[in-house]
Design a protein around this ligand. Sequence first.
Ligand code: OGA
Ligand code: MN
Length: 234
Amino acid sequence: MRPLLSALTRIHKPPVRAGCRRCLDSCAGGGGGGGLLALRDDALVVGSSRELVRSLGPHVEVRTAFVTEQEEEALLRELEPGLKKRRYEFNHWDDAIHGYRETERARWGAECEEVLNRVRSIAFSEGCVLLGPVHVLDLDKTGYIKPHIDSVKFCGSTIAGLSLLSDSIMRLVKEHANNEWLDLLLPRRSLYILRDQARYNFTHEILKDEESMFNGQRVPRQRRISVICRNLPG
Ligand code: OGA
Ligand code: MN
């Protein structure tokens, strides 16, 4: 199969032992969202220390209910036919991802384009050049993403992703300091944004179903489709 640009965007970091948490740094910042929403969404981030949650906070953002049920349906209607033609990949053990299929999409119908424009306007500043096609990653229920940092050669400072079909946990672990970590609860239909430190100095991963816990509470992982916008390196 033609290697996707998206496959080139990940640099797999040595696997982290189960239960071991490297660190992370990133949290959203910017972008307002209003006091109540900000407060509520704070509960979607836990970390190895308050200091880390506070310092990474500006570089990591999770926005719940970013996509309506109807918009999720529109996105799935558009994506499913193409995805179904591909097989889930389970055998590439060295790869950063296990149990996935993926594609890229440059042209979208009006309703989907509207959603993506919302993502772009919130996550990226004006004048920032985005990677043309949007990356679509379909994780099987048994699939997961191992700790990695997106290639600095192909991707810029910001990664913005929609989570469809399932809740999931994204774990950020600081490179070379794996006792510093953040867990993000990514509810179905939420948007997450990783910027700067969170994107460059922390690995990110999506936990497998068996390990999918947030703050001590189990968060079942179903099949999950993410729709990811990135910018180009500056
Ligand atoms: C990736 C990645 C996260 C997601 O494809 O590099 O980290 O939300 N994806 O699927
Ligand atoms: Mn990544």
